[in-house]
Every structure is written in structure tokens, then in C-alpha cells.
Design a protein around this ligand. Structure first.
Ligand code: GLN
Length: 486
């Protein structure tokens, strides 16, 4: 077997190595498993790995013959139901739960021949922006282990950045793919609401949740999106992608009209993030795009609206964890006491906070003032985007106002933690696709450029992201890991 490193290895390159028979599927899977064994004790990107099961799946592809991406490994956020394999959603309340079914995206990965390396760490029930809310302990950022990898899909992002998986799947309800992609120097896509099935995805906020890919390149993200995006009758809000997914090749942006919503960049954006952003905008111009300016007058209310709508939906979705149907139970003298004790012991503090906010916002007498009002704001934000997209093909924004922060920096201040999502939430509220690509570093940590387009414009986002990615020339291997071989 040729010596090679999983660091910086794209899924396309891995598939090419398999095609050329330079590696077997088993050798490729074994290389990732070795890296996981060596690095994951410190990183904690994974909650569950089962090396024997992974190698067995890889061997099956060696034996049966393969094509496309078959035999390429993948990591899955622990929010996806996996038949017979622990699925915790990062929560104690699902400890030991082994679903009897696979989620739609899990089935589609299997049908494409992808080999699961395991389940990745995440904020409990996908509530958070740092993965510090995992009941099983945080994940570290491969770029600097003293900083968070972002959240809630922090494990999926860190695994790709550290070469523990060539690509992975996460979910994004308010930014949980794009924000950890930005913090770890990876590429992440939050697809259009309805493009990817939510069947078998543990629900957080059903009108906002979307599944999407992480990878080292836009082309890999497009390839994984093509595998998982499909029409699934088991999710009634799902229609699949509107057109065949195109893996981007073009290197210029001629004929594209892009806009920067400058009104969004006025407060609280880190100077390094702004510098990289202006450089990326200038690059877009040099690649031939016409770059103008627009406004999103209601987007500043997005944070307030999201933090009513998401907890309201979560409080309803999480009512099912009662000690009867799933996971561990804490007994009590009667059934009501048993429910209360189970939920008291099983849910962490952030989840309890969301349930309380959500139940309050939905209660009689407050419903219209809070939930109803937030839904009206949501409509206004969607209309802001409609106005912008009448003149422009896509918008450019930073993905986050700052690079990765240190552990504990925002843990005692929920509002500071929520403010991280200010640039990602509007796309979720409006159901739009958003792609985050690395646009360089600030103080040695990666920062992300976000490209937001109209519903079902993923192919356009891939084209813009690919051309900019090539022009930016970001090296996705964290400097402290350069030179590590497996
Ligand atoms: N940080 C946001 C929240 O805590 C978004 C999380 C997500 O996208 N799952 O709700």
C-alpha cells in the first residue's frame, strides 16, 4: 500500500485512488480508523465507532466490485437514525437508544456504497453553536484545541478538518453546518428547505431543520449533496432538488450578479473577518462578477424571531421523550412523577431552557404576541430576500462575526452564544440554501464566506463557491497537523 495521508484527502481523490486500485476499500477505511484511534481521544469528534463493522462494509465493496464513490468512508452526525447503531442526539435521554430504522440520508449513503466510520458529536438535540452542550463532553477544534469547533455539528466538521473522514453529514437549523464549517476551515452546505429528506432525523425545529454535507472542497460538497438530495414521500415537506446536481468546473464568475447586504455588517464583526470578506468580494469582481449592494431591512430581527420559533417547535418535538418510548427512565411513585424525573435527569440545561421558552411562547394568551409575531417577522425576512433576488443571483456575507472562540467564553451567556448565528439564521427562516467556504484566516483561525441564493439554486452556489475557492487557494490542513501521515 502506498503511504498516503488522510489529511487533505478529498472524497474525489479517495475515489480516484480506489478506481486506480492503488488502495482497496479496506485499506482506505483502515487508514481513517487508524487516524481516529490516534487522534480522536483528544479531539472527541466521534461518539460512536465500530471498527469491525466499518471494515466489514469496506470488504464487501472490495469483494463485489465498485464504482463512483462506493467504498469511500463518511462520518454521520449522531442525529441521524442508524439501524442497530447507537443514536443519542448528544443527549443522555437517548443513551443506549438503537433505532430500528435508518434515516433516509443514511439509506442513500449506503445505496451509494459509502462506508460509515461512525457517529459524530454534537450539541444536545442540535441546540448550540459550539458543541459544548453535548452531554458527552465537547469536541475540540483541530486548528487550535483550546477553541471550539462550532456547533451544533461540531463533530462532523472537526472530523473532516482533522482528516478523520473525507466528508460528513450534519444538520443546520440556524447555522449548524455553515458555522462549524467556518470555524474549522471546511466547506458546508445548508440546502434549500425541502431538498433533503428529514425522515429519520431526530427533530429539533421541524420548519427549519435541513440535512447537508461537510467536505474539503465545493466539488465534494456538491457530490455528497447529489447523493442525499432526493424526493422522499416519507417526509411530506420534502420535494428533492429542482434540477440535476452539477459538480462545478468553471473558474470565473462572468455574467453573475452578486450583492453584499452592507446593512448587515455594521456592528460586532471582527476586524479580521471583515478584511478577509472584503478581499473575497474583490476577488469576485476580479473573476468577472458584477458586485452590487442590497439591504435586508428585517434581517436584524431574525435572531429574536428564530429564538422564539425554534424553541417553540422544539418544545413540541421533545415532548416525546418521556421514559416510555425511548432511552433511559428514572422511576417515580406515579406516571407523572416518572415523566418529570426522566426529563429532569435526561435533558441538559440548554435543552431545558429551550423547552421552557418554547412552552411559554406557545401558551394560551401569549401565542399571538410571541410565536405569531415571530412568524410574521419570518415572512418579512423572506420578502427582503425576494426583493434582493429580483436584482441579484446570490448574496455574499461572512458566515460568522468572529472566528472560533475559546471554551467557556460564551457558556454562561446564552445571548452571546445565540448572537453567533446572526448571519446564518436568515437563510433558515427564509428556507434558502447557504454555502460556507473558507476565505482565509484571522489570527491563525479559519473564517468563512457565506453565499446565499434563491430556493433550489444550489448549482449556482456551487459554481460561485468553486470559482472563489480556487481563487482564494485556502489550505484546509490545519498547520499543527501538517506533515502528519497515517
Ligand atoms: N445555534 C443555533 C441554535 O442553537 C442553531 C443550531 C442549529 O442549527 N442546529 O439553535
Amino acid at each position: 500500500m502506498a503511504t498516503f495521508s488522510t489529511l487533505g484527502l478529498t472524497a474525489e481523490r479517495a475515489a480516484a485512488l480506489l478506481d486506480a486500485r492503488e488502495l482497496s476499500c479496506e485499506e482506505l477505511a483502515a487508514a481513517y480508523l487508524e487516524r481516529i484511534a490516534a487522534d480522536d481521544p483528544a479531539l472527541h469528534a466521534f461518539l460512536h465507532v465500530d471498527p469491525e463493522r466499518t471494515l466489514e462494509a469496506a470488504r464487501r465493496h472490495d469483494a463485489s466490485g465498485r464504482s463512483g464513490f462506493a467504498g469511500v468512508p463518511i462520518a454521520l452526525k449522531d442525529l441521524f437514525c442508524t439501524r442497530g447503531v447507537p443514536t443519542t442526539a448528544g443527549s443522555r435521554i437517548l443513551e443506549g437508544y438503537r433505532p430500528v430504522h435508518d434515516g433516509d440520508v443514511v439509506e442513500r449513503c449506503q445505496d451509494a456504497g459509502l462506508v460509515s466510520l461512525g457517529k459524530t458529536n454534537m450539541d444536545e438535540f442540535a441546540m448550540g453553536s459550539s458543541t459544548e452542550h453535548s452531554a458527552y463532553g465537547p469536541t475540540r477544534n483541530p486548528w487550535d484545541p483550546e477553541t471550539v469547533p462550532g456547533g451544533s455539528s461540531g463533530g462532523s466538521a472537526a472530523a473532516v478538518a482533522a482528516g478523520l473522514a473525507p466528508w460528513s453529514l450534519g444538520t443546520d437549523t440556524g447555522g449548524s453546518i455553515r458555522q462549524p464549517a467556518a470555524f474549522t476551515g471546511t466547506v458546508g452546505l445548508k440546502p434549500t428547505y425541502g431538498a433533503v429528506s428529514r425522515y429519520g432525523v431526530v427533530a429539533f425545529a421541524s420548519s427549519l431543520d435541513q440535512v447537508g454535507p461537510f467536505a474539503l472542497t465545493v466539488r465534494d460538497v456538491a457530490a455528497l449533496y447529489a447523493i442525499v438530495a432526493a424526493d422522499d414521500p416519507r417526509d411530506t415537506t420534502n420535494v428533492g432538488p429542482a434540477e440535476a446536481v452539477v459538480r462545478p468546473e468553471g473558474e470565473d464568475l462572468r455574467g453573475l450578479r452578486l450583492a453584499v447586504p452592507r446593512d448587515q455588517l455594521t456592528v460586532g464583526v471582527d476586524a479580521g473577518v471583515l478584511e478577509r470578506f472584503e478581499e473575497a468580494v474583490a476577488l469576485a469582481v476580479s473573476l468577472g462578477a458584477e458586485v452590487g449592494e442590497c439591504t435586508l431591512p428585517h434581517a436584524s430581527h431574525g435572531l429574536a424571531a428564530y429564538y422564539l420559533i425554534a424553541p417553540a417547535e422544539a418544545s413540541a418535538n421533545l415532548a416525546r421523550y418521556d421514559g416510555v418510548r425511548y432511552g433511559p427512565r428514572t422511576d417515580g411513585p406515579d406516571v407523572q412523577a416518572m415523566y418529570e424525573a426522566t426529563r429532569h435527569d435526561g435533558f441538559g440545561p440548554e435543552v431545558k431552557r429551550r423547552i421552557m421558552i418554547g412552552a411559554y411562547a406557545l401558551s394560551a394568551g401569549y401565542y399571538d404576541a410571541y410565536y405569531g409575531q415571530a412568524q410574521r417577522v419570518r415572512t418579512l425576512i423572506r420578502r427582503d430576500f425576494d426583493v434582493a433576488f429580483a436584482d441579484y443571483d446570490a448574496l455574499l456575507l461572512p458566515t460568522t462575526p468572529t472566528p472560533a472562540f475559546r471554551f467557556g467564553a460564551k457558556l454562561d451567556d446564552p445571548l452571546a452564544m445565540y448572537a453567533n448565528d446572526v448571519f446564518t439564521l436568515p437563510a433558515n427562516l427564509a428556507g434558502l440554501p447557504g454555502l460556507s467556504i473558507p476565505m482565509g484566516t484571522s489570527d491563525g483561525l479559519p473564517v468563512g464566506l457565506q453565499i446565499v441564493g434563491p430556493a433550489f439554486s444550489e448549482n449556482r452556489l456551487f459554481a460561485v463557491g468553486h470559482a472563489l475557492e480556487r481563487a482564494i487557494g485556502f489550505d484546509p490542513v490545519p498547520p499543527r497537523l501538517q506533515g502528519v501521515t497515517s
